[in-house]
Ligand binder design. Structure first.
Ligand code: UD1
Length: 374
C-alpha cells in the first residue's frame, strides 16, 4: 500500500543547520500527516561542531549519516551529491527540506532537482551581493531550484522577485532559528557558564570569527587580532575558536595565538548564555547577527556586507568591516556608552516552523490523501 503520510526528507550538514532543523522536525513529528527522515551529510563531524548540538537541541539521531567530512568545495559538494542521490532514488520523498546555505544544502538541491523531487528551502532569498562568499552561490542555486522559498525577512522576498522567482513560491514565515532561541532561552539562563569562565554579566565581549575573507588572509587576520587585543585590555574578549580559525592561526600566524580569552567551540546552550549576557558581540557569522537582534544585544559585524539587512535596519547590528581601525572605533563607541537599541523583526516570534508546516501540509496533503485512497 502507498504511504498515507507526507514523507519529508530533512537534510543537515554543518553547525548552523542544526538550530534551524530542530524546531521543524519537532513540528512535523507532532503532526500525524507527516513522516520524517533525517540525513546528516557529515560536513561537520567534530563532537563540538555537531553531536553536542544534537544533544543540546534534542534532535533525534540522524537516520542516515553520509560521513563526507572536510575537503575542497568541489570534493565536499560532489560527495554529498552522490550520497544523497542514492537515498532520494530509494525513498522518493514528497519533499526535500533544506535549511540555510552551506555546501551540503547546495549539493542536495542539485540532486533533488534532477530527480524532480520538490525542494522546500528555509531561509530563502538572503543575498549579500558578494559572490566571493561560497554561501552566496549556494543560496542562489538552491533558491532557483526550490518549489517553496520560505523567507525570514522582507528583503528575502524582494531579492527572489527581482530574480524572477514566481510569487506563489515565496512565503514570508519568519525565522526558525529564533524559534529555537525562544525555546531554549529559559534553560540557557539556568547554566553556570559565566561562573565557570570567570565572567560577569555585561563584563565581557564575545567574539566569533571563521569566514574565509577574515581568516584565510594573514594580514587581515593579524590586523583584526591586533585591534581585538587592544579591546581585550579594557574589556575581556571571549573567543570560542572555530576549527577553520585554529588551522589559520597555526598555518598563517605560525601558531601565535592572540592574547584573548580563547575557548573551544561552545555548545548551543552555553553559547546562547554567553551571547545573552555579553556587553556586545563581534562576529562574522550570519546567524549570530540575527540572534543578537532577537536578544537585543549590540552586534558588530566584521564583514563588508550582510545578507540579513533587517538586523541593521531594525535590530542591534552594525556593519563594521574587517579593518583594524574600524573595529577599534566601533568597539570604542560601545565602551563609551553609544549603544544601538533595536526591535525584534516581524514574525521572529517562535512560530515560524508551524507556519512552514501549515504551507507544506496545505500544498502536499491533497495528493498524498488521493494516492492513499488509490
Ligand atoms: C561552514 C559553512 C559556513 C558556516 C560554517 C559554520 C560552507 C561553504 N560553509 O563553513 O557557511 O557559516 O560552516 O561553522 O558550507 N573542520 C573540523 N571539524 C569539523 C568541521 C570542519 O576540523 O567538524 C575544519 C576542517 O579543517 C575543514 C574546515 O574546518 O576543512 C572548514 O570546514 P567546512 O565545513 O569546509 O567549512 P566551514 O568553514 O566550517
Amino acid at each position: 500500500m502507498e504511504s498515507s503520510k507526507i514523507r519529508v526528507l530533512a537534510l543537515v550538514g554543518a553547525r548552523p543547520n542544526f538550530m534551524k532543523i530542530a524546531p521543524l522536525l519537532r513540528e512535523l513529528q507532532a503532526r500525524e500527516r507527516f513522516e520524517t527522515t533525517l540525513v546528516h551529510t557529515g560536513q561537520h563531524y567534530d563532537a563540538s561542531m555537531s553531536a553536542d548540538f544534537f544533544r543540546d537541541l534534542g534532535i533525534p539521531e540522524p537516520d542516515v549519516n553520509l560521513a563526507v567530512g572536510s575537503g575542497s568545495h568541489a570534493a565536499q559538494t560532489a560527495q554529498v551529491l552522490v550520497g544523497i542521490e542514492d537515498l532520494l532514488v530509494a525513498q522518493r520523498p514528497e519533499v526535500l527540506l533544506l535549511v540555510g546555505d552551506v555546501n551540503s544544502t547546495l549539493a542536495a538541491s542539485l540532486a533533488a532537482a534532477k530527480l524532480l523531487i520538490p525542494i522546500a528551502h528555509v531561509e530563502a532569498g538572503l543575498r549579500s551581493g558578494d559572490r566571493s562568499m561560497p554561501e552566496e552561490i549556494n543560496r542562489l542555486v538552491t533558491d532557483t531550484l526550490s518549489t517553496w522559498c520560505f523567507t525570514t525577512e522582507p528583503a528575502g522576498g524582494a531579492n527572489l522577485r527581482r530574480e524572477g522567482i514566481a510569487e506563489e513560491k515565496i512565503h514570508h514565515v519568519g525565522n526558525v532559528m529564533i524559534d529555537t532561541l525562544r525555546a531554549n532561552q529559559a534553560q540557557a539562563n539556568e547554566l553556570d557558564t559565566l561562573e565557570r569562565l570567570g565572567l560577569e554579566a555585561g563584563g565581557y565581549a564575545l567574539l566569533t570569527l571563521h569566514r574565509p575573507s577574515n581568516v584565510d588572509d594573514r594580514d587581515t587576520l593579524s590586523g583584526l587580532f591586533e585591534a581585538l587585543e587592544e579591546i581585550h585590555r579594557e574589556l575581556p574578549v571571549v573567543f570560542p575558536v572555530h576549527p577553520r580559525t585554529s588551522a589559520a592561526i597555526r598555518d598563517l600566524l605560525g601558531g601565535k595565538e592572540p592574547a584573548l580569552q580563547l575557548l573551544e567551540p561552545q555548545g548551543y546552550l552555553d553559547f546562547l548564555r554567553l551571547m545573552s549576557q555579553a556587553k556586545f558581540v563581534l562576529t562574522d557569522s550570519g546567524g549570530i547577527q540575527e540572534e543578537t537582534t532577537a536578544l537585543g544585544v549590540p552586534c558588530l559585524t566584521l564583514r563588508d556586507s550582510t545578507e540579513r539587512p533587517i538586523t541593521i535596519e531594525e535590530g542591534t547590528n552594525i556593519l563594521v568591516g574587517s579593518h583594524a581601525d574600524a573595529v577599534r572605533n566601533a568597539a570604542r563607541g560601545i565602551l563609551d556608552g553609544e549603544t544601538k537599541t533595536g526591535r525584534v523583526p516581524d514574525l521572529w516570534d517562535g512560530r515560524a516552523s508551524a507556519r512552514i508546516a501549515d504551507v507544506l501540509e496545505r500544498d502536499l496533503w491533497p495528493t498524498v490523501e488521493a494516492r492513499a485512497r488509490g
